[in-house]
Design a protein. Structure first.
Length: 193
């Protein structure tokens, strides 16, 4: 579920409390076990300000109506590619979205108890939207993340790795040739089965 932009597209993130509260209490708990991570997507112009960003993270609730919440941070400015940001995300148990894209920062440092990846390179000229070798590589990455490891070959900011423990993994094909995203997902599922 993607959170409202009223919470993330603002000058001072630490003042987003009312927007976050309104969104979280808007009925999302009715999804119960079907509620996956909440994606907090920040504008590509939003630069990392440690104090302001920590103020925002402090506002994210751990649960709603007894239902635990998982938060994924989609940071889209290169200024977030620092150990200081990674430490904050880890401290507040938020996953950092791995974005496979030339348009946004792409770093695969694991910061949460789950992994959230946005794969944004589907190609309309390919039957499955993604070349077979790349699908194999994403399946390998998914298995590594699931086992609590970190895949090799993906860009990282820091040498520090997350503790090895099994994790849920959310892989989404989005952007690029969007009409090919379902075919890419089906082919990836076949490789993971």
């Amino acid at each position: 579920m993607k959170a409202t932009r009223y919470a993330t597209n603002r000058k001072v993130l630490a003042e987003a409390g009312e927007s976050i509260d309104r969104f979280v209490k808007s009925g999302i708990s009715e999804l119960r076990s079907k509620l996956g991570p909440i994606l907090w997507q920040f504008a590509s112009t939003k630069k990392f300000d440690p104090a302001d960003f920590e103020g925002f993270l402090k506002l994210l609730p751990g649960e709603v109506d007894g239902l635990p919440l998982k938060h994924a941070l989609d940071v889209r400015h290169a200024s977030f590619m620092t150990s200081e940001y990674l430490d904050l995300a880890r401290h507040y148990r938020c996953a950092t979205v791995f974005t496979d894209s030339d348009d946004y920062p792409s770093f695969a440092d694991v910061t949460g108890e789950f992994v959230y990846a946005r794969l944004m390179r589907t190609d309309g000229t390919l039957k499955a939207g993604v070349a077979p070798k790349q699908l194999d590589a994403w399946a390998d990455a998914g298995r590594a993340w699931r086992a609590g490891k970190e895949p090799t070959g993906l860009p990282r900011v820091a040498d520090k790795q997350a503790p090895v423990k099994p994790r849920d993994v959310y892989l989404y094909f989005i952007s690029g040739a969007k009409e090919k995203a379902p075919a890419a997902a089906v082919e990836l599922i076949k490789r993971l089965a």
